[in-house]
Design a protein around this ligand. Sequence first.
Ligand SMILES: [Mg+2]
Length: 290
Amino acid sequence: MRCMSTTSPVAAARCAARISDLPCALDAIGAMGIAAAARALVVFLDYDGTLTPIVSQPEDAILAPEMRTAVENLATRCPVAIVSGRDLKDVQARVGVAGLYYAGSHGFEIAGPAHLLAEYEPAQAYLPALDAAESTLEHLLGTIPGARVERKRFSIAVHYRNVEAGRAGAVEDSVDRTLERHAGLRKGRGKRVFELQPAVDWNKGRALAWLLEQLQLEHSTALPLYIGDDLTDEDAFRALEAGGIGIVVGHGDRTTAAHYRLRDPEQVQRFLQRLAELLAAPARRSPRAR
Ligand SMILES: [Mg+2]
């Protein structure tokens, strides 16, 4: 790899690397500098594919009790935020842990402790366009078996996981025709899903920066750590350029801006447990303690 680590153990290579070339975060956790960091660790977690395995139907992505416990324990040690493409209320209900920060709709809506509740206001003007696009999509995709339109408050997901391979192109055509008819929306991509969203400059990376602001932390005082599996998470990994730890969940040749990888949600759970142990260790309070 051409990139080099710099003086900080967390300022690892910033160029895009293949997921399969990244070090495993479980092996590297001791070298991340977390225990010794003067900055306050803040953990950001994606939901689908990160805390739960990817499933055919989005409603079947249930959080395992052991994973909930791992998240709960970690949240007693540092701020934890869940950042998801799901609606805020949906992801809150699925995780069900009090005291966390929740960012739904890729961060367009955010809730947290002490009654924090905020929507990215410029996105509200796009709600009529989303309503109209939803009707168009229902109409155009009605003839493609397996295609599914899922309306969320600030986006529309078009799932094609259950569409036969030869017809995936027809799904994208329908999405493109819908975008031509309804101005102000843009297309995003995930794993076997297209997302229609307000065409505003906002993504999981912006949401991450905004949440740090809400926590009254900036990159100089916070050490953000973000774990996610999908393309939308890459915006968050890129937002960590000022210093932070990006961990991609998955394997294979896709390029990523993350620094480390974890294979699947089971490894994510082990990593969160190790992180909580590390933060609980006396060494964090006193560098000389063994
Ligand atoms: Mg995901």
